[in-house]
Design a protein around this ligand. Structure first.
Ligand code: PMV
Length: 354
């Protein structure tokens, strides 16, 4: 009987690095040149929802992103699907008369439908949420028994930063030593409940797709930037220890300082790349100046900023009260084009806008 379909739906939030990953030591396995630390966002805002299905009726693997079919030919999709299929276990549903043996997963084709509730490839880590969700949902579908850490090593082969979205809260991606990547996995440092006063606001400066993908940007930086090599060897190892300590102690001044200098050094490495890569624009720079000035005036940091491979600002406020003030300041300096633009101009904690 070929009429059955087995389906799983999952949701994954995106994550924002506060100590950045930039540069691979192995491009195929996606092994980084340094550890990184991120905060996973609340799934209500920036997330991917993915439904995966298998059926003997399906003639080939197929995927749709935001309703449009996309090619699965790329090595990254193939690596993730191959790794999961090889770990599938026996599945039995007597009521529906479905019995799938471990080895059958290799022969069954999957259909994957994925939706992002935010702009794709605009430097908002859409691939992180996307691959985390794909790996998690296909693993559930194929009855994979592996733990989250092992699943993170598979998601890593889709997009490096995706491995950190397998966990909520504060997450470290350990670069690992093993040449085949078995120890290059995500580790949860603390749950979201550990430090729930923090409010993350994303100021969407531009929702256009970025010009330099993180893959080619990283490759060019590794090949040409002396600053990046210095950063990975001498700077990040110390910052990782300090950031773990700041998170453990909920020490906002240290957390904010480290997040800001690390974002700035990542963008300095982009500028040190030949030819240089510009991810931030004038508005991004104005936001940095505005936050720096405010933190200096207050005497102690109130807000941290960090920018990924795009111009959009991720602002982390110490608490709700500071977040409300921050929104007022941002709206004053950077008024949206019209009242109706407000919701698309600032996404993140929307309740603050009410
Ligand atoms: O995983 P990728 O290839 O999307 O690279 C992400 C790189 C940054 O977002 C700039 C930094 C990070 O650690 O997430």
């Amino acid at each position: 009987d070929k009429s059955w379909i087995l389906m799983v739906t999952a949701q994954s939030p995106t994550n924002i690095a506060v100590i950045k990953y930039w540069g691979k030591r192995d491009e195929t396995l996606i092994l980084p040149i340094n550890d990184s630390i991120s905060v996973t966002l609340d799934p209500d805002h920036l997330c991917t929802t993915t439904t995966v299905a298998v059926s003997p009726k399906f003639e080939k693997d197929q995927m749709w992103l935001n309703g449009k079919e996309i090619s699965l030919a790329g090595g990254r999709f193939q690596s993730c699907l191959r790794e999961i299929r090889s770990r599938g276990t026996d599945y039995e549903d007597q009521e529906k008369g479905i019995s799938i043996k471990k080895q059958d997963w290799e022969k069954l084709n999957v259909h994957i439908a994925s939706f992002n509730n935010f702009p794709t490839a605009a430097g908002l880590a859409s691939s992180a949420a996307g691959f985390a969700c794909l790996v998690y949902s296909v693993a559930k579908l194929m009855n994979v028994k592996e733990d989250q850490g092992q699943l993170s090593a598979i998601a890593r082969q889709g997009s490096g930063s995706a491995c950190r979205s397998l966990y909520g809260g504060f997450v470290k991606w350990a670069m690992g030593n093993d040449p085949n990547g078995s120890d290059s996995i995500a580790i949860q440092l603390a749950t979201e409940a550990h430090w729930d006063e923090l409010v993350i606001i994303i100021a969407v400066v531009s929702s256009r797709q970025k010009e330099t993908s993180s893959t080619s940007g990283m490759r060019e930086s590794v090949e040409t930037s002396p600053l990046l090599l210095h950063r990975a060897k001498e700077v990040v190892p110390k910052r990782i220890v300090q950031m773990e300590e700041a998170i453990k102690n909920r020490d906002f001044p240290s957390f904010a300082k480290l997040a800001c200098v690390d974002s700035n050094q990542f963008h300095a490495c982009c500028l040190d790349t030949s030819p240089p890569i510009f991810y931030m624009n004038d508005t991004s720079h104005k936001i940095i100046s505005c936050v720096e000035k405010w933190n200096r005036t207050e005497g102690t940091p109130q807000v941290a900023y960090t920018f990924d491979a795009g111009p959009n600002a991720v602002l982390i406020a110490k608490n709700r009260q500071v977040a409300t003030l921050l929104l007022q300041k941002l709206l004053f300096y950077f008024p949206p084009a019209s009242e109706t633009d407000l919701s698309s101009y600032l996404i993140g904690d929307k309740s603050i806008l009410k």
